[in-house]
Design a protein around this ligand. Structure first.
Ligand code: DI6
Ligand code: FE
Length: 413
């Protein structure tokens, strides 16, 4: 048999494949060749002739799929700490947005930054995710709101992915907010998004998916649908920010009609909306960081989503206005404590279901032979500990595409 590149021995596996919540396989082993998982199973079933160029003794640690943060606005300039202070004095997020702060403040800072500055400002956030075992990150545009600035954001996202051990998928979110120069002309801006910005950025290879913010402070269902039609014409998958602040637009159901990969936020999702997601097979991406930071009280309908079999993913929503969060581990904890997800559900939400939300489930998100060898080895007695600790990162070793990229105190032979 061909020699393996690397073999993990004496590990417990949480595969997130199959029906059992964690997909646990105790006393296991996992082999990697040419950047992919080629064998996994109980260690006692290792083929007698198994040979590997390198062996790692896991010493009873837990091996999980690399974590996936499937919703971020990680590329941006500046921060909005002053707005945080105002909100603590009583101003609401919507009031600040209506007064020209909010997203527009970050748009001004982002427009003023060149590509290099965007990369430099964003890299520490990405590094913090990587340090927690994240191997795939979705990054949206949406703070440029004009062709050249949206391009800089997406190019910065690609550069980050090309220069760090992480897969970056990009999402064009031109329909995030109305830029000030289009005040009172939202339909004209949407036409620019659909007819000029999206086709140009797509041709430049900068767009993997298309998103829109469907909300009374952002874009209407009709405007959102125009964006989806433009995406469909380019055969790009769509996703949506919907039912975050209100159940105003039925954005999730609309996205479902366009076969959306996922619908995100969803605190105010109606039963009809949930049923539409179920019928379309779309993932519900829940963002507990934004819920927490906005002191939202309306909980997303987790029980309903569960009952309908809608896959649930969890992400940081890393952004300067509503979720200045660059810890996916903390998002896991919040998903359990605030949204009452079971730890196995939360973890499936940053592995298997997050991969599905990115349309990458054939390659990523579970430990299965044939998938890419993006893995995390964790210094824990059980996977639930990834959700349990606050402010503690038990990552022992991280593997990206078969390469070890960040090792702690793990013995390597
Ligand atoms: N929903 C959010 O939570 C972020 N964007 C969105 O559509 C907020 C973005 C910001 O406030 O900068
Ligand atoms: Fe978001």
């Amino acid at each position: 048999m061909a020699a393996w590149d690397l073999l993990f021995r004496r590990v417990h596996l949480a595969t997130f494949a199959g029906d059992e919540p964690y997909g646990m396989l105790r006393d296991g082993a996992l082999a990697v060749r040419a950047g992919r998982i080629v064998w996994l199973g109980a260690e006692r079933d290792l083929p007698r002739e198994a040979r590997a160029a390198q062996e790692i003794d896991g010493a009873g640690r837990w091996l999980l799929p690399g974590l996936i943060d499937c919703h971020t606005h990680l590329v941006h300039a500046g921060n909005r700490a002053q707005e945080f202070e105002l909100r603590l004095q009583g101003a609401s997020y919507e009031e600040i947005a209506r007064a020209g702060g909010g997203i527009r403040a970050t748009v001004a800072a982002t427009r003023a930054a060149d590509e290099e500055a965007l990369v430099a400002a964003s890299r520490p956030r990405l590094d913090r995710l990587i340090a927690e075992g994240v191997t795939t990150v979705e990054i949206k545009s949406g703070y440029g709101l004009e062709l050249s600035a949206e391009r800089r954001m997406l190019r910065a996202a690609r550069t980050l992915g090309d220069t760090a051990p992480v897969r970056v998928t990009t999402t064009f979110l031109g329909a995030h907010a109305l830029p000030p120069e289009y005040d009172g002309r939202a339909d004209d801006y949407i036409a620019e998004v659909c007819d000029v910005m999206l086709p140009a950025l797509f041709r430049e290879g900068l767009v993997d998916a298309v998103d829109a913010f469907c909300e009374h402070i952002a874009f209407s269902p009709a405007q959102t649908e125009a964006v989806f039609r433009a995406a469909r014409a380019l055969r790009l998958p769509v996703r949506v920010h919907a039912e975050q602040l209100s159940d105003s637009g039925g954005g999730a159901a609309l996205a479902a009609r366009y076969g959306a990969l996922c619908a995100d936020h969803l605190e105010h999702l109606s039963d009809t909306g949930a049923a539409a997601l179920a019928a379309a097979g779309s993932v519900a991406v829940l963002l507990p960081g934004a819920f927490y930071f906005l002191r939202e009280t309306q909980l997303p309908p987790v029980a309903r989503l569960r009952a309908l079999g809608v896959p649930i993913a969890i992400a940081t929503d890393c952004n300067p206005g509503t979720s200045p969060l660059s810890s996916l581990l903390l998002a896991l904890n919040m998903a359990c404590v605030l949204f009452r997800l079971a730890p196995a559900e939360a973890l499936a939400g940053v592995t298997r279901n997050a991969a599905r939300a990115l349309g990458r489930v054939s390659d990523l998100g579970t430990l299965e032979a044939g998938k890419l060898a993006d893995l995390g080895l964790w210094n824990v007695d059980a996977p639930v500990e990834l959700c349990y600790h606050l402010g503690y990162n038990p990552l022992a070793l991280r593997m990206f595409g078969g390469q070890i990229s960040g090792a702690g105190d793990v013995a390597q032979g």
